[in-house]
Design a binder for this molecule. Structure first.
Ligand code: CP
Ligand code: NVA
Length: 310
């Protein structure tokens, strides 16, 4: 079995077996059981239409450590910003490089790039999904808690890329997830339906009550209230989401002693998460960020190396 898709556009493209295979290879790379350079001579173009710290640096380090070369393309510096089309960009880059990552706004752009590129395309965050983040999140949960018998709670903006990918990967892996968000910021119906298609037994609960969501959770997750591109709505969002902050009062409602706190970062301390919680011994956010690199090595290994996922 190879990864069934040429690309990684979203979690919904993966199977449970493929995620497990990605995690096995991740572990080998992370624990340095593998120190070879399986992507020697391969080149990865990385298009950014939004800022990035983790995604950019973790992908650059990942491809370099596997023997390859990253080529970072800020969209303002390439002809895409002067009207060259996505299909033309896809075809040109496919003549030079072995894979392309793209961070952009409309998910459809990622889909279009993949359609016209002959090389693998990896979604490095679109407005709809952030699959590399979700893989690193689940790998972190696997490391800290294992994947059986656990429950995940997400508190905050339930209608963004990180939440969508988290819901999909939890559904795929059979992990119950409870999302607490106010009306207007809850997951879209199509996301719940896709989760059910991925796994008819998926347990995805949506509530407006953050205490109810965290009560029996083993993992408590949040993301920014104002995603990149939504800055014009900042004041409205901060008002609507103010009761959905990970703080000690809310976490006090969790009945589990050994729960962990996660955040994809960057964090806006004082908004969706307090300093206390970020710095507490429950917080695994920096290990979670590190895992982006280890997981993405496995993704690159399968997609650019053309390796069998079995
Ligand atoms: N979590 C994440 O994708 O971070 P960056 O925006 O810094 O890449
Ligand atoms: N939801 C956030 C994630 C940042 C990694 C955003 O899109 O800005």
């Amino acid at each position: 079995m190879k990864l069934k898709s040429k690309d990684l556009l979203g979690i919904a493209q993966l199977t449970k077996k493929e995620v497990e295979a990605i995690f096995r290879v991740t572990e080998d790379f992370k624990k340095k059981k593998r120190t070879d350079k399986p992507l020697s001579g391969k080149t990865l173009a990385m298009i950014f239409e939004k800022p990035s710290t983790r995604t950019r640096v973790s992908f650059e380090c990942a491809i370099y450590q596997l023997g390859g070369l990253p080529v970072v393309l800020n969209s303002t510096e390439i002809q895409l910003s002067r009207g060259e089309t996505i299909p033309d960009t896809a075809r040109v880059l496919s003549g030079y490089v072995d894979g392309i990552t793209i961070r952009t706004f409309e998910h459809q752009k990622v889909v279009e790039l993949a359609k016209h590129a002959s090389v693998p395309v990896i979604n490095a965050l679109s407005d709809f999904e952030h699959p590399c983040q979700a893989l690193a999140d689940l790998y972190t949960i696997y490391e800290k808690k294992g994947l059986s018998g656990i429950k995940v709670a997400y508190v905050g903006d339930g209608d963004n890329n990180v939440t969508n990918s988290l819901i999909f990967i939890c559904a795929l892996m059979g992990i119950p997830v409870s999302v607490a968000s106010p009306k207007g910021y809850q997951p879209k119906q199509e996301v719940i339906e896709t989760a059910k298609k991925l796994n008819p037994k998926a347990e995805v609960a949506v509530t407006a009550d953050p205490k109810a969501a965290v009560m029996d959770a083993d993992v408590i997750y949040t993301d920014v209230w104002v995603s990149m591109g939504a800055e014009a709505e900042a004041a409205k969002r901060k008002k609507a989401l103010r009761l959905y902050q990970l703080n000690n009062a809310l976490l006090g409602a969790c009945r589990k002693k050994d729960y962990i706190v996660m955040h994809c970062l960057p964090a806006h301390r004082g908004d969706e998460i307090t300093d206390d919680v970020m710095e507490s011994n429950k917080s695994v956010v920096f290990g979670q960020a590190e895992n982006r690199m280890h997981v993405q090595k496995a993704v690159l290994y399968f997609l650019l190396g053309g390796k069998d996922a079995n």
